[in-house]
Design a binder for this molecule. Structure first.
Ligand SMILES: Nc1ncnc2c1ncn2[C@@H]1O[C@H](COP(=O)(O)OP(=O)(O)O)[C@@H](O)[C@H]1O
Ligand SMILES: [Mg+2]
Length: 584
């Protein structure tokens, strides 16, 4: 279905109000056309000294037209505002259903533009174009009816010439419509570059790349500027073609009318009246044609929105299983995965088992696929082949919210929201008491630094948690995971930035898992940390190249021991823990 039709369909919940607006506009147009008629009559009535009869209709017409206009405007603005927020809500919901990897490819700026700018553009274009189009359409219909009543033949000639009048600007409008999405893309790219630069201000400055960033932004703006110039040129061409064709119609009617008068079919008076109405009519058509491109632009803007809404939701539908007792036995069976748009698989037949009450360390060099593995277990991506089982059932058979409560993940680069620490730790759990939040913070040794902050747990952490140190963010993220008291805890390089106090606390907490029956999957680049687990799996190049108890895997002379030497670490636990692989 074309974007234009879908745009009209998006107005369909408002169809009663739209019909009311059209009716009111038609009434208003009729009222306006009646004014010249009464003006003529009024002079007659004044001559007959019947002032009331002369003034009353005019006053009534003026009043009713003012009221009609007001009601019409209010209704119309309401329609637009509701349609815009409906579109925005739908796009926002569609974004939440998308595949994470694909969204990253699109870029947050581009996606945000869909939700805010494009929806606004559509509203603006619709508001401007549609209101005028409807108004002039109503006037055009009334005028044409009068013309047909005056002289059916000349009205027919006008009607026959109309398709020609419409065809030319339509062709130009077609190009404009194609240009609109390109312009949007260029603008979105520019805003994405700006947002990215501002977010990474510290990096830009420390690499003294202010000029480079500015040049990059300028390039994006230039592209946008080129497209805008093209758009303006097209607009001029379309305005010119419509003006020219309207003039051609006027001349044509004058010529044909003159011949009808010569033949005696039409009186001179009727020709003059007809021409007066016809001139108004061509004005109306001209305005309609002028606004046609604006409308096609609105259609163009909406195209990208609809394209986004049409994307298949990538989340596999949530299952229904939510058993009250969960063991926490996680199995990966021959799991393969490649990122969309990349051929080379990142995981190549990974098989692992995490048993309740045990700690499994996944050790590997940077780029080995550890974070990807975590993302698959968190169901951010679907494996290309293979299965992930929880207590023997595939992950997708479980309820989404149930899984998120039972399996808590601390990502490698945890992001916080621009809210208070309390809200961040209790994120997604609804209301949690301060005591619960404090207990979770104590578990990871974060309570001390939090109480030292000016507003304690009510301190706002700034955009993306930017007002905290990397280690503090990580500690808060671990507290957020622990507050759920999950059956399975997954930590991705959790100690890469933690200070010693937090690190010790977290390690204690991990080791305490044995008693509580919680299973812990600990991803790390550090051999010393892996040595504390009950089982170590070594992930290199997307494959598990060795697994077993730590004393075996990390034994001097083992395959992994040799690998660790290559990564710049030593196999023996406790020594060589330089954290060099910690930023994997
Ligand atoms: N979003 C992504 N899109 C495409 N490739 C990715 C993406 N994330 C990671 N990769 C690639 O997958 C490989 C494994 O990355 P990752 O799982 O982060 O490794 P690790 O956590 O072990 O350092 C790397 O080669 C990386 O380039
Ligand atoms: Mg990683």
């Amino acid at each position: 279905m074309g974007a234009g039709r879908r745009l009209l369909l998006s107005l369909s919940p408002e169809r009663r109000r739209c019909a009311a607006v059209i009716g009111l506009m038609a009434a208003s147009a009729l009222g306006e056309m009646a004014v010249p008629y009464y003006m003529g009559r009024a002079s007659d009535w004044v001559a007959r000294e019947d002032e009331l009869a002369a003034i009353l209709p005019m006053v009534l017409l003026g009043l009713s037209s003012a009221v009609t206009e007001l009601v019409c405007d209010v209704t119309f603005v309401g329609i637009l505002s509701r349609t815009q927020s409906r579109l925005q809500r739908r796009v926002f919901a569609a974004v939440l259903r998308q595949d994470i990897a694909e969204l990253r490819t699109d870029g947050a700026g581009d996606v945000a533009t869909r939700v805010t700018r494009d929806a606004e553009d559509v509203r603006e274009a619709l508001g401007e174009a549609l209101s005028l189009l409807l108004w002039y359409l109503a006037r055009g219909v009334c005028l044409f009816a009068t013309m047909a009543w005056l002289s059916p033949r000349m009205a027919l000639l006008t009607a026959l010439a109309l398709p020609l009048l419409l065809a030319l600007p339509r062709a130009v409008g077609h190009f404009q419509q194609a240009l609109a999405p390109q312009m949007q893309k260029a603008q979105a790219q520019a805003s994405e570059v700006a947002v990215e630069t501002f977010q990474a201000m510290a990096t830009v400055r420390s690499f003294a790349n202010e000029d480079g960033a500015a040049a990059h932004y300028r390039q994006c703006l230039q592209q946008s500027h080129r497209l805008e110039m093209k758009d303006v040129a097209l607009y001029t061409v379309s305005a010119w073609t419509s003006g020219f064709s309207a003039l051609a119609l006027k001349v044509g009617i004058l010529y044909y009318g003159g011949r009808l008068v010569a033949a005696g079919t039409v009186s001179t008076g009727d020709l003059v009246t007809f021409l007066l109405y016809q001139m108004q009519f061509t004005d109306v058509v001209e305005v309609l044609l002028c606004y046609y491109p604006t409308l096609t632009k609105a259609v163009g803007s909406s195209e990208k929105i609809f394209e986004f809404l049409d994307r298949e939701p990538q989340l596999t539908p949530s299952g229904t299983m939510a058993p009250s007792e969960l063991q926490g036995h996680l199995q990966l069976e021959d799991v393969w995965f490649s990122y969309p748009g990349r051929q080379e698989p990142v995981l190549k037949g990974v098989s692992l088992e995490l048993r309740p009450g045990k700690v499994l360390a996944v050790l590997g060099p940077p780029g080995g696929g550890k974070s990807t593995l975590v993302a698959l277990v968190s169901r951010l991506h679907q494996p290309t082949a293979g299965r992930l089982l929880l207590d023997g059932h595939p992950l997708p058979t479980y309820q989404h919210s149930y899984l998120c409560r039972q399996v808590a993940v601390v990502p490698q680069e945890p992001l916080l929201f621009a809210r208070s620490l309390h809200a961040n730790i209790s994120y997604g759990l609804g209301c949690c008491s301060r005591a619960q939040v404090t207990a979770a913070a104590r578990q990871v040794g974060a309570h001390n630094f939090i109480t030292r902050l000016p507003q304690g747990y009510d301190t706002e952490v700034g955009e993306l948690g930017g007002q905290l140190s990397g280690g503090q963010r990580q500690a808060v993220a671990i507290a957020r995971a622990l507050l759920r008291d999950p059956r399975i805890l997954i930590l991705d390089e959790h100690s890469s930035a933690l200070d010693t106090e937090c690190q010790q606390q977290v390690e204690q907490e991990i080791l305490a898992a044995r008693g509580s029956g919680r299973a812990v999957l600990m991803v790390t680049g550090r051999a010393a940390l892996a040595a504390q687990a009950q089982w170590v799996a070594v992930l290199e190049g997307g494959e598990v190249c060795q697994q077993g108890p730590p004393h075996e895997v990390l034994r001097p002379g083992s395959h992994t021991w040799h690998l660790l030497q290559d990564w710049g670490q030593q196999g023996a636990p406790g020594e060589g823990d330089r954290g060099s692989g910690g930023e994997g």
